[in-house]
Design a protein around this ligand. Structure first.
Ligand SMILES: [Fe+2]
Ligand SMILES: [Fe+2]
Length: 157
């Protein structure tokens, strides 16, 4: 396993986690519209999970001799998934941008799984745990989006 390559992948994922954390954290503060309370609770819970993921990835980077990205400025340079500002606080818009973020995160962690399979069981295991959370996040947001679509259809009848 090429350690430099692995460190690069992990630092990119680390940057993604911080941006995802902030995107959820702020989304949970500004959210408006139908089912606001349920959406806020979900976004806040996801924010906590992303911060925990950042912690897990940072610990592994340090264990294998690297340094987690030292400045927030670099998060944008390294990030795969970027940052979608919650400028439109309507719950529909927030769900849409966070679903996109989760789909990106799922792709990122799948590629790290592929790169570490049979080579680095510790990183593989950690990434698998994170991937399971991201899949769950995506599903939870999708189901809120479905409920929301149902409510909107109902009120427009
Ligand atoms: Fe995450
Ligand atoms: Fe997530």
């Amino acid at each position: 396993m090429d350690i430099d390559k692995l460190l690069e992948m992990l630092n990119k994922a680390f940057a993604d986690e911080w941006l995802a954390y902030y995107q959820y954290w702020l989304g949970a503060k500004v959210a408006k519209g139908p089912m606001k309370d349920a959406v806020i609770a979900e976004l806040a819970q996801h924010a906590g999970d992303e911060l925990r993921h950042a912690d897990m990835v940072a610990m592994r980077i340090i264990q294998i001799g690297g340094i987690p990205v030292t400045t927030p400025k670099k998060w944008f340079e390294l990030s795969h998934c970027g940052y979608a500002a919650p400028e439109d606080p309507q719950v529909e818009a927030l769900l849409k941008q966070n679903i996109k973020g989760e789909q990106c995160a799922i792709g990122v962690y799948k590629s790290i799984l592929d790169a570490t399979a049979q080579k680095d069981p510790v990183t593989y295991n950690m990434v698998l745990q994170i991937l399971q959370d991201e899949v769950q996040h995506e599903e939870d947001l999708q189901s809120l989006q479905e409920d929301l679509t149902g409510i909107i259809k109902h009120t427009r009848k």
